[in-house]
Design a protein around this ligand. Structure first.
Ligand SMILES: Cc1ncc(COP(=O)(O)O)c(C=O)c1O
Length: 497
């Protein structure tokens, strides 16, 4: 073969790109001290309150001529210093935390060398490994098909889009190709504590947010099976198409896990697809102590899990799994693209180049075409700590929630609002009779986030405003957990005095 190497001098007659394309090692080395300082802050046993810092109140104008790489590194270092502190050991808000070292490192490696999740290269292989390991970790059945997504919101959309395709196919319609048939109303059934991205998915899928039937829960925050069956039965009588019944494996508000096996049993009686929203909780199935909560999970049709929650990959990593890849593809295929014609070798030709085959069906499965190989980040996290490491994290974090629950239940001026299933504790300060407990606890929350290193967020348990720490943060220790409870008592006493 002729030598096709291009000599560097052949660049001479073209205008160089204005961006710096090398010096990455040097640039990283210059940013590293700021990153290290940021993490030291996150690891301190107590950290000062979190001021907003150097956030410009107005975006400056777009620079006409760029300020160059050196100035950009310097400004990035300032942004790192005032970056988002969800990795701080006392942050327990929502269900979100920062990446571990392996997670962050793999994010960087993936950004630089991962390119696209397609084609034949090391990161494409890690994408597949990440999917397989994640399914195994969560106790999903052999042969499930997975796709990484940007997070749980997109994962729920993809799962419910697949459910919609299947529901109408069973009635003789290809909704992916032709849209929903006239007059065929479809509904999704989920507990009143289902995540609102279920409703958004219903809106995007053309079912409408009001097509989500919110089923009441029992006192533990788990779906009421009698009410679920009644809703499915009444709608079946009216000819409404059951698109999906969603079992929540860890609600966002209270961490309650629906009785999945029983949900599957009820849903099957009405020919309904079963989707498990395990964005938060499903990885707890890795722990033998918590696995009984997930009994029946392998019998569902689709599942989601968010590695960027309890696996601490850093943000931007969700996953959806389905039992039947065919229906997923029929729901989301792009159809024929001319630019792919002739781009790849025939199937029976040996693969010689990274660019010989597409290597992964994901472009026709979900809502993203271009995407980074997020599986490499999941692979790195699981490769570092393994199944037992995940189980240990889950058990420790659920133990923290139990500890808060026990202290709240036994203290005269605290109230436990719900027994935790997983790692979310819901409790409050109990002021003397006659005082507005919600108002007092709202003030406690404000003091905590403005003046303390302990930052839970809140939810409503019935009519009660709950202080709601969600423990998924690998940097938390028991001293932080006890610090929160002590501080709530101290602040409550001070406020009501
Ligand atoms: C149960 C559940 N489902 C879905 C989501 C949405 O996930 P994401 O924020 O990754 O889009 C969340 C987020 O907290 C969740 O708790």
């Amino acid at each position: 073969m002729a030598d096709l190497a291009i000599s560097p001098t052949s660049d001479g007659d073209s205008v160089a790109d204005p961006a710096e394309l090398g010096r990455l090692g040097e640039a990283l080395a210059r940013l590293t001290p700021a990153l290290a300082r940021f993490l030291e802050g996150a690891d301190a046993s107590t950290f000062p309150p979190y001021p907003i810092g150097a956030v410009p109140s107005e975006p400056g104008p777009l620079p006409e001529s760029g300020r160059g790489l050196d100035a950009t590194i310097a400004e990035l270092a300032i942004a790192v210093e005032w970056g988002c502190r969800i990795g701080a050991p006392g942050w327990w808000g929502f269900i979100t935390t920062a990446g571990t070292t392996a997670g962050s490192l793999a994010q960087v490696a993936t950004a630089v060398a991962g390119g696209q999740r397609y084609l034949v290269h090391a990161f494409n292989a890690l994408e597949r490994t990440g999917l397989r390991w994640l399914a195994d970790l969560c106790g999903l059945p052999d042969g499930v098909h997975g796709v990484f997504t940007s997070g749980g919101s997109t994962a729920n959309l993809v799962a419910l889009g697949t459910a919609r395709q299947a529901a109408y196919e069973r009635r003789g319609f290809d909704v992916g190709a032709d849209g929903a048939p006239d007059g065929a109303q479809g509904r999704i059934y989920v507990s009143a504590h289902g995540h609102r991205t279920i409703h958004r998915s219903a809106a995007v899928l053309g079912l409408g947010r009001n097509a989500v039937v919110e089923i009441p829960t029992d006192a533990r925050g788990r779906v009421d099976l009698v009410a679920l069956e009644a809703a499915l039965r009444d709608d079946a009588r009216r000819g409404i198409v059951p698109i999906a019944t969603v079992a929540v494996a860890g609600t966002t508000d209270t961490g309650s896990v629906d009785p999945i096996a029983a949900v599957v049993e009820v849903a099957r009686r009405y020919d309904s697809w079963v989707h498990v929203d395990g964005a938060y909780g499903l990885v707890a199935n890795a722990s033998p102590s918590f696995a009984p909560l997930f009994d029946g999970v392998a019998d569902a049709d689709s599942w989601i899990v968010d590695p960027h929650k309890w696996l601490a990959t850093g943000l931007g990593v969700g996953a959806v799994f389905v039992r039947d890849a065919g229906v997923l593809t029929r729901a989301f295929t792009e159809g024929h693209a001319a630019y792919l014609e002739g781009s790849f070798s025939d199937e029976d030709v040996a693969v010689e180049s990274q660019f010989d085959v597409m290597a992964g069906p994901w472009s026709d499965q979900g809502v993203e075409l271009s995407a980074p190989p997020r599986g490499a980040i999941v692979w790195a996290v699981l490769n570092e700590i393994g199944r037992t490491g995940v189980a240990a994290r889950v058990e420790r974090d659920c133990g923290f929630a139990r500890r808060v629950a026990e202290r709240a239940a036994s203290h005269p001026r605290l109230e436990l609002l719900l027994e935790p299933d997983l790692s979310i504790a819901c409790f409050r300060y109990r002021p003397a009779a006659g005082l507005d407990a919600n108002a007092v606890n709202r003030q406690i929350l404000e003091h905590l986030r403005r003046r303390s290193p302990f930052i839970p967020t809140s939810t409503m348990v019935g009519d009660a405003l709950a202080i709601r720490p969600c423990f998924i943060n690998p940097r938390t220790t028991q001293a932080h957990v006890d610090g929160l409870v002590d501080e709530v008592i101290r602040l409550g006493d001070e406020l009501v005095r």
